[in-house]
Write a protein that binds this ligand. Structure first.
Ligand SMILES: Nc1ncnc2c1ncn2[C@@H]1O[C@H](COP(=O)(O)OP(=O)(O)OP(=O)(O)O)[C@@H](O)[C@H]1O
Ligand SMILES: [Mg+2]
Length: 274
């Protein structure tokens, strides 16, 4: 683990200056120009069905020991994002199944436990959406339909508690890559952000190495978190993806997930309790 951390740090150091990174906040929608925000309470509230928390490893619903890794991650992320004036965070990984959706939802729940933070989580894995299954809720319309202009945001969005909106897909999109790169999607995302005024927007993405969805989309976010799976993601793949992300947005960090042996002394070991 220490070797992996050291190798990543060295690779990052060597790249510094060569790749740079889009440090400045995206030129985004300003809250001042926005119309009055609708009441978040107007969205239907969902709670995790019985057994889903355990089945899908959702441990950050309330504080405590099981939520601790996500609460630590939350604190670091929010500090860095506030410092830079960023609001949009993408969560991606080199390959499928590293834990992006698990981390995205837990992180969103952890952030939303801070009373002064309004959080929006968007299921942007338009090839294999999953958050609707975790939440046990099939929305009337899908987020991809909102993005292409054929649905209202309210038709795909639900609320968890007071501070978290989750936008879901009931089905996969037939043209995810084109949609994610389109101006119409960008405008729809800007409109949702302007209207609902979240402090933080988390995008649960598809894996980097499976398609060009991320390449076409990451320019729309302020920063990204790369989730690696401890015993399956290779160091070269982490490095390739980190480099690619750094050309598109700011790399917030690498989370090493699915560690069999948690070591609290190492900063990457978030979300590793099994
Ligand atoms: N820390 C962990 N330890 C063990 N299993 C985990 C951990 N985090 C997630 N998982 C499990 O790994 C599987 C994949 O998780 P998840 O769906 O969050 O990954 P993903 O990266 O979003 O996958 P996909 O690429 O298909 O969208 C799930 O069964 C999840 O419960
Ligand atoms: Mg997923």
């Amino acid at each position: 683990m220490e070797k992996l951390e050291a190798a990543l740090a060295k690779a990052r150091e060597m790249r510094q200056g060569a790749l740079g990174g889009p440090e400045a906040p995206r030129s985004s929608t300003t809250k001042a120009a926005a119309p009055a925000s609708p009441n978040w309470q107007s969205l239907p509230e969902v709670a995790l069905p019985e057994g889903h928390a355990q089945r899908y490893r959702i441990t950050a619903l309330s504080g405590g020991r099981d939520a601790a890794p996500y609460d630590m991650l939350r604190s670091r992320i929010i500090r860095m994002m506030k410092e830079k004036g960023w609001s949009r965070l993408a969560v991606t990984s080199p390959e499928a199944g590293c834990g992006k959706s698990t981390v995205s939802l837990n992180l969103a729940l952890s952030l939303a436990r801070q009373r002064d933070l309004k959080v929006m989580l968007l299921d942007l894995d338009l090839r294999r959406p999953s958050l609707h299954r975790t939440l046990g809720h099939n929305p009337e319309k899908s987020l991809h339909e909102y993005l292409d202009g054929s649905a209202e945001f309210e038709q795909c969005a639900v609320r968890m508690g007071e501070n978290l909106i989750v936008a879901l897909n009931a089905s996969a999109s037939r043209r995810p890559s084109e949609l994610l790169q389109s101006q119409v999607s960008r405008d729809a995302l800007d409109a949702a952000e302007r209207r609902w005024r979240p402090d933080v927007v988390i995008f649960d993405m598809s894996p980097m190495l499976a398609s060009d969805d991320n390449v076409g989309f990451l320019g729309n976010v302020d920063c990204a978190l790369l989730i690696a799976a401890a015993e399956s993601t290779t160091l070269p793949n982490i490095d390739i993806c980190e480099k690619e992300i750094a050309q598109l947005t700011n790399v917030l960090g690498v989370v090493l997930n699915k560690c069999r042996y948690a070591d609290d002394s190492i900063g990457y070991d978030y979300g590793t309790y099994q």
